[in-house]
Design a protein around this ligand. Structure first.
Ligand SMILES: [Zn+2]
Length: 671
């Protein structure tokens, strides 16, 4: 077959499967089959660049970053909607329409009001040519390249599509992905987004389309801007037509015959909307017939033929009683508000995140203030603003404390950082958070170790760093009264199973600043082991596409810390996340099979350090000297073991001789 024809067939096939997957949610082929088709198209296009069309699925990503957005004039303005917050407001609107239309009854379409970013999509000859933000309604921003990366926006339409077509919709960020997305951002040292709506808007307004492409954006089409040469008489009909053309239209629509239908629709969704995976802030009621819409017209910037009936506010007013802080796993100090409990649309809110000191200063939040709090879906409640007019002078300003409340170490704020940090790597608060992160699903995925269990193991001294997880014994865990016998076995099994996670997951688990899931994947592809990664220099790391000097810097600084190196050594000794190839390449160390006894005070090792070191290098350590002992390591003030060793003819070595012995054996990858 001719390559041009083949490319066209592949494009059509890919667009078809894309539609099944992203719009109908009913794929016919597996992801790998899809990727294979895509691979073939890419090959053909690489060999014949003249076959690349703007609607080719290969063109969704890959555009170069822009320096700014161009303006986009809307042919038909994007209007804003009038609002009501109660039944009376809606009924008053209905009465007005009734009088203006001089009709006893008329159909209305009820829809959900999506809380995202409004956009207009233009198609010419069935090809997506322009996407623009709403802007001021007349002029928006041209975000075509970014919108092209959203899989539920068709790049081309079937043959019977109008020659020129503009549709309106709302880009949304799924609520289910929001929490994890923000966690990842924070782990990369970026600021968190306040809510899914801001995230959707922020993602579309990226100058680099690759960033937009990396976000799980979706769209719902809710209106027709204009369509050339096509006879549509109602909004309902138009939505069915758009659905048929391949646009993603929300199913939760209702064709209402009476005001009561509208109120019933509202009652239903006011209790259900929070369970949806996209943000909504109300319902929209539109007059169905287009000729009625034209007759009613526009008043100012608002059409008379539509109204938004908003859901009850997700904001409430309460007192900010206290500002407390907790210490995150990277030592980041997170301030949060302790509030007088307040009901926000059915949920009691007692705390709200405050992000950082600058946020508190910008919003001018003082302890004792009346504040507006907002809760949206699953998102952590936020303090929106203080109400300065309600102050009586007893309010006090807040500053991040000078010392860490957990470890008393001085708190610092690095240049160019909004956050404060407790720089003490041994801070117990950080270790708890790090453990929480280490066992989390995106990291080592160890089930059965919650915060309270971690805290107990830490307090009992069984865990001093994350690597100690791999040395936990059933006895250690049983001593913590939060565990039953079965859960002990389950936890140990889960810990053991986690050893076979890929190296990239272990990198994520370590909690290195800026190294989240994506960055860890990139790095592990080039440096698949601690050995290779630690040997890497800044220029090697920066050589990886997607890794900049900032990330390289945090990696190098992480591995240059002695305590971190210790953790890495312990993890390696426990054979955590070592790939099959690496396991085969590991050289047995010369301490393998050797039995040691230690006596006296050592200069450079604590007792547990030397025991660990010997074990890491393959040796064993006994408490007492016997004929089987190979070496007695002696420090200052040796005890009776020295005499016993002399009597039994055991080789006696000093700490220095021991150090020399292990230095010779730098066959081990980590020393
Ligand atoms: Zn601390």
């Amino acid at each position: 077959m001719h390559a041009a024809k083949l490319a066209q067939d592949l494009r059509e096939e890919l667009n078809y499967h894309n539609h099944r997957y992203h719009i109908l949610d009913d794929p016919e082929i597996s992801d790998s089959q899809y990727d294979a088709l895509m691979g073939r198209l890419q090959e053909i296009e690489a060999a014949n660049p003249e076959f690349i069309t703007p609607d080719s699925p290969t063109q969704r990503v890959g555009a170069e970053p822009l320096s700014s957005f161009r303006e986009a004039n809307h042919l038909v303005p994007l209007l804003s909607l009038g609002n009501t917050f109660d039944d009376n407001g809606f009924l008053a609107w209905y009465q007005r329409v009734n009088i203006l239309l001089e009709e006893a009854s008329f159909e209305m379409v009820c829809e959900l009001k999506f809380d995202g970013l409004a956009v207009a999509l233009t198609y010419e000859d069935g090809v997506f040519v322009r996407g623009a933000t709403r802007g001021n309604g007349t002029v928006g921003e041209d975000v075509t390249l970014n919108l092209r990366t959203i899989r539920s926006i068709p790049l081309s339409l079937p043959k019977h599509a109008p020659k020129r077509l503009e549709v309106r919709g709302e880009v949304i960020f799924p609520k289910s992905k929001f929490e994890a997305f923000n966690t990842e951002r924070i782990s990369q040292g970026l600021t968190a987004y306040a809510n899914p709506r801001n995230t959707a808007a922020g993602s579309v307004r990226q100058l680099d389309p690759k960033i937009t492409a990396s976000r799980p954006l979706d769209i719902y089409i809710y209106g027709l801007g204009y369509a050339e040469d096509i006879d549509l008489t109602t909004h309902w009909e138009a939505m069915e037509f758009l659905n048929e053309l391949g646009f993603k239209v929300n199913r939760n629509m209702l064709l209402a015959q009476s005001p009561q239908d509208v109120l019933d629709y509202y009652r239903k969704w006011v209790t259900l909307w929070e369970q949806l995976d996209y943000g909504c802030d109300g319902t929209v009621i539109k007059i169905n017939r287009f000729d009625y819409q034209r007759h009613l017209g526009v008043m100012g910037r608002e059409p008379r033929w539509a109204i938004a009936y908003k859901f009850p506010a997700t904001q409430a007013t309460t007192r900010l009683r206290e500002i407390r802080i907790n210490v995150g796993r990277t030592g980041r100090i997170n301030p949060y508000a302790v509030l007088d409990p307040v009901d926000v649309n059915g949920v009691t809110v007692r705390q709200a995140t405050l992000h950082n000191e600058d946020n508190i200063k910008t919003k001018d939040l003082r302890i004792g203030d009346w504040v507006v709090v907002e809760r949206a879906g699953e998102v952590i409640p936020q303090v929106i603003t203080s109400i300065a007019a309600k102050r009586d002078g007893t309010e006090t300003e807040f500053a991040i404390p000078k010392i860490c409340p957990t470890c008393n170490h001085e708190i610092v704020r690095a240049q160019d950082e909004v956050a404060h940090f407790c720089p003490n790597a041994a801070c117990p608060a950080q270790l708890i958070r790090l453990l929480e992160h280490f066992v989390s699903r995106s990291a080592m995925d160890i089930e059965g170790l919650g915060i309270s269990q971690s805290t107990s193991l830490l307090n009992a001294g069984h865990i001093k760093d994350v690597a100690d997880l791999y040395n936990l014994t059933a006895k250690d865990i049983v001593s913590i009264d939060r565990f039953g016998e079965k859960s002990v076995a389950n936890l140990l099994a889960a810990i053991d199973a986690s050893k076979s996670r890929p190296f990239s997951r272990l990198l994520v688990a370590l909690g290195i600043p800026l190294v989240g899931v994506e960055v860890a994947d990139l790095i592990a592809r080039h440096f698949p082991s601690f050995e290779t990664l630690i040997a890497a220099e800044e220029k090697d790391l920066v050589g990886i596409p997607g890794v900049g000097p900032k990330i390289a810097g945090t990696i190098i600084s992480y591995f240059s810390s002695e305590s971190n190196r210790k953790v890495v050594e312990k993890l390696s000794a426990a054979r955590v996340a070592i790939s099959v190839d690496q396991k085969q390449n590991l050289t047995p160390t010369a301490l393998t099979g050797l039995r040691f006894v230690v006596t006296g005070r050592l200069a450079n090792f604590s007792r547990s350090d030397i025991v660990e070191t010997i074990k890491e290098l393959g040796g064993t350590v006994s408490a007492s000297v016997s004929r089987k002992t190979d070496y007695l390591i002696t420090g200052e003030d040796p005890g009776s073991k020295l005499t016993e060793a002399e009597t039994l003819g055991v080789t006696i070595i000093s700490e220095t001789e021991f150090t020399a012995m292990i230095d010779q054996n730098s066959a081990t990858p980590l020393t």
